[in-house]
Design a binder for this molecule. Structure first.
Ligand code: UDX
Length: 436
């Protein structure tokens, strides 16, 4: 099939590359000419495990192309994916100007039946808005489809190639058939393609992310309660996760959810609910809990030092919002660093991938180290903020010799409590016994 992907951000690039992988002819278009040039030269602008291999293979085999010319991109395409940004506007609702702007441009260019698909997360009713724009600017036949992505950063390629499900929102029979054919190779293992109307499909994406965020905020509250009543959240997690109705995944307490999706999507759904004059109480609580949880580690640090952090030096392991990504959007680490600096502390940080991005945002307000142990030199305590594998089994002798004191605050519950007792550390994690 011939496919155009408008927007070569994270979602667009993964979508375009993975669609080429099953033999489709894909052309990706972006207004950023430098980025297009870079991709034409075979350079990948984002870090995502497994993507590079597919990216090069499909370029080399002539199935994946890049252009900054929209007309060229959509001329032959049967299906046009919109993978454009929908940043939160000032009032928390998603800003649709990129998506609707592209719809208008496309309307002026098409000459035969096209399926126009929203891949970005867009509020309920967006497909209708796109339809209205197209209606106004073209007489050519088209279908507008909602086809939300459920890609996790770090495993996006795997999620795309073997999705748990594909959601296709449209009542247009021709579009349903084309989309079904396009996705057939990705659901061979038996997972479903679920067809529905556009609005249900749009809401599905928000409901999925908000439900997952709810799980996290719920577990974070359980963790806080565990600390108060002397229970261990790891045990409670295992105890409830074996119930299939609850499930083992996404029950890890920590320093709150971050990233480009959860905070934005939960907020946007709350906003849509408010617009529909529905008071979505659970969602408001989910956001409130997350705001508090992002700062919980600083509260623990503050309490340990009797409220005075002036002149203290902290080592931080992990800046990305989660492991296997360099993404720092809404990363709890940024909130924590901000609080520590405000209180007069200094910070030396290490992250395997995210340091350049953090430097781009906060510059030299903190020190960045070449490897993880260097950050510990002369620090009063270590704060673990992202669960990268390299932090999971550190050399505790090195920790002891490099840190000024044997103090660890762990926002991701990486270390075994007994191990920390044996090594004689002060160890404060989330929802577990404080050691030392
Ligand atoms: C998420 C969704 O999983 C994906 O389906 C959607 O399309 C985009 O948003 P992503 O943002 O890449 O993907 O990250 P994810 O792995 O889901 O983690 C989100 C946040 O939740 C991270 O900050 C993570 O640290 C946190 N989290 C996750 C927890 O605190 N506890 C958990 O048990 C799981």
């Amino acid at each position: 099939m011939k496919i155009a992907v408008v927007g070569t951000g994270y979602v667009g690039l993964v979508t375009g590359t993975c669609l080429a992988e099953t033999g489709n002819q894909v052309i990706c278009v972006d207004i950023n000419q430098n980025k297009v040039k870079m991709m034409q030269e075979g350079k990948l602008p984002i870090y995502e495990p497994g993507l590079e291999l597919l990216f090069h293979r499909n370029i080399n085999q002539g199935r994946l192309h890049f252009t900054s010319n929209l007309a060229e991109a959509i001329a032959e395409a049967q299906i046009i994916f919109l993978a454009l940004p929908t940043p939160p506007g000032g009032d928390g609702s998603a800003d649709l100007s990129y998506v609707l702007g592209a719809a208008k441009d496309i309307a002026g260019l098409i000459t035969d039946y096209k399926v126009i698909v929203t891949k970005s997360t867009v509020p309920v009713g967006t497909a209708d808005k796109i339809t209205a724009v197209l209606e106004q600017h073209t007489k050519v036949e088209y279908a507008v489809v909602s086809n939300p992505e459920f890609l996790r950063e770090g495993v996006a390629v795997e999620d795309f190639m073997k999705p748990d499900r594909i959601v296709i929102g449209t009542l247009d029979e021709r579009a349903r058939k084309l989309m079904g054919e396009l996705y057939a190779p990705y659901v061979r293992q038996g997972n479903p393609i679920i067809y529905m109307d556009q609005r249900s499909s749009e809401l599905t994406k928000y409901a999925a992310n908000s439900f997952l965020a709810t799980k996290i905020s719920f577990m974070n509250e359980i963790a806080n309660l565990c600390e108060l009543v002397g229970a261990d959240v790891d045990m409670v997690r295992r105890g409830i996760g074996s119930d299939e109705r609850i499930g083992r995944r996404f029950l890890f307490s920590g320093i709150g959810y971050g990233g480009s999706c959860f905070p934005k999507d939960v907020q946007a759904l709350a906003k849509s609910a408010a617009e529909a004059e529905y008071d979505f109480k659970v969602l408001n609580a989910v956001m409130e809990v997350n705001d508090i949880q992002r700062k919980i580690l600083v509260q623990k640090v503050r309490k340990y030092y009797g409220g005075d952090l002036k002149g203290k030096k902290f080592a931080i392991w992990g800046l990305a919002f989660k492991p296997e990504t360099d993404d720092i959007r809404e990363a709890p680490a940024l909130y924590i660093i901000d609080e520590l600096l405000k209180e007069g502390a200094t910070v030396a940080a290490f992250d395997p991938e995210a340091m350049p991005n953090v430097k781009g945002v906060i510059g030299d307000k903190i020190t960045y180290t070449k490897e993880q142990y260097e950050a510990l030199e002369g620090a009063d305590a270590l704060l673990v903020l992202t669960e990268w594998s390299v932090f999971r089994t550190p050399d505790f002798d090195k920790l002891e010799s490099l840190l000024k004191a044997k103090v660890v605050f762990d926002g991701r519950n990486l270390y075994d409590i007994q191990k920390m007792i044996d090594c004689g550390f002060y160890y404060n994690s989330i929802g577990r016994k404080v050691i030392g």
